[in-house]
Unconditional design. Structure first.
Length: 402
């Protein structure tokens, strides 16, 4: 990244947005390997309820993406992000002190209800000029990736020294700090007068949904929505199957040996990929990323070999992270700035519904029919590859839907 690309104010803004979204990843992933066991250990806990507890975060996250995106267009991004972080704070606090499985499930649903992702990306893109957006989204993606690496790699290590409730307390403290950082230190940036005008409080629900109808007539937008769904379906399912393979070959305590290096490598690859986004190779990068999802799933067929499991994790997570960074860039290039909140909301809804369905379907099949579950992931990845090859246009041909 060029040193003069961002001002100090820009970087502060970008980093705080990244941390806000990143701490959501910590909250979601820090106890992910232990959600089932922990929920099952609570009063009224069962394996079925444990599965619901794992997936319901993604479900409520998806359901609230469009409302939060629309509300951010109408009421302002900072206000909606603060509300979302506050909901997550309440959810984590309830989870920390929950003694009942049903209360724990409710707390997970409440955490997901604070769906700030669409508002965060829309605020980020709307506050920066076009030439800065790819790098800014990449920085946010790196922060999110680092938080994921800490959660997925560090969670099992921290678990050796503290109970799951201790991990929840750490997450609660971190989110509380972030809430006050955003409240007191993150100021609204005025949009560049040459790029966009401040459109706060000018978007009605009727206008938002009329615009969404226009977007869904755009083949590129529909293709991106489908790819976002598959990225959530396959990528988050990967977060489920990788620990399962590791547990078969060694033990869950050694999960960090595969997860942490794989995520770090994937982050480096994602950061490098932004160079190609800036040069206009978005379509080509989409093809590469979906190929990574496809071949990552194929590699897991050799699950009895630890090296292949590690390679599969690197390839799959690289594709997942590239798409996680690339999709918002494409969405914001297609969307009119006035409706970026709800445009990103639709994309994130698709991603998180894919997240919920992926973990639910794969989780329910894995014990007795793991090969069937893997075949579903391979087919889904291949479908995303077809969409990226035949429907996604080159960046130069992408036109804004007015």
């Amino acid at each position: 990244m060029k040193s003069k690309l961002f001002t100090k104010e820009d970087l502060t803004f970008i980093i705080l947005i990244g941390l806000a979204l990143g701490f959501r990843q910590i909250a979601m992933n820090l106890i992910t390997p232990f959600v089932g066991i922990y929920c099952n250990s609570l009063s009224d806990g069962t394996l079925a309820l444990a599965g619901i507890a794992l997936g319901i975060f993604g479900l409520t996250q998806g359901l609230f993406q469009i409302p939060f995106g629309s509300w951010s267009d109408k009421y302002g991004y900072k206000k909606m992000i603060l509300i979302g972080v506050f909901l997550m704070l309440i959810g984590i606090t309830v989870a920390t002190f929950a003694n009942n499985a049903y209360v724990f499930i409710f707390s997970r649903a409440l955490q997901g209800a604070g769906a700030i992702t669409s508002a965060g990306y829309a605020w980020l893109s709307g506050s920066l000029s076009i030439e800065k957006r790819a790098d800014a989204i990449s920085i946010v993606g790196v922060i999110i990736g680092i938080c994921s690496a800490f959660a997925l790699g560090g969670g099992p290590i921290l678990r050796k020294f503290m109970p799951v409730r201790g991990l929840l307390i750490l997450a609660t403290i971190a989110i509380l700090i972030m809430f006050f950082l955003i409240l007191f230190f993150l100021k609204d940036l005025k949009k560049d007068g040459n790029e966009e005008k401040n459109i706060k409080n000018t978007v009605s629900a009727k206008e938002s949904f009329a615009y969404i109808k226009k977007l869904f007539k755009n083949k590129c937008y529909v293709a991106v929505i489908v790819i976002a769904f598959i990225n959530g379906f396959v990528g988050i399912s990967g977060m489920f199957i990788i620990p399962e393979y590791i547990n078969r070959l060694t033990s869950s305590e050694n999960m960090w040996m595969i997860f942490t290096p794989a995520i770090i490598i994937a982050i480096i690859i994602m950061r490098f990929s932004t160079r190609f986004i800036k040069k206009g190779f978005g379509k080509e990068l989409t093809v590469v990323a979906t190929l990574c999802l496809f071949f990552g799933c194929l590699i897991f067929i050799g699950h009895k070999n630890m090296i292949l499991v590690g390679l599969g994790a690197v390839v799959l997570l690289s594709g997942y992270n590239i798409l996680f960074s690339l999709i918002p860039t494409i969405i914001n290039n297609i969307s009119n700035n006035k409706f970026r909140g709800i445009s990103n909301g639709s994309s994130n809804l698709s991603f998180y519904v894919g997240d919920f369905l992926g973990t639910t379907i794969v989780g329910s099949l894995w014990k007795l029919h793991s090969n069937v579950a893997l075949l579903i992931l391979i087919c889904a990845s291949f479908l995303a590859l077809l969409f990226s090859i035949f429907i996604i246009p080159t960046f130069k041909k992408i036109k804004t839907v007015e």
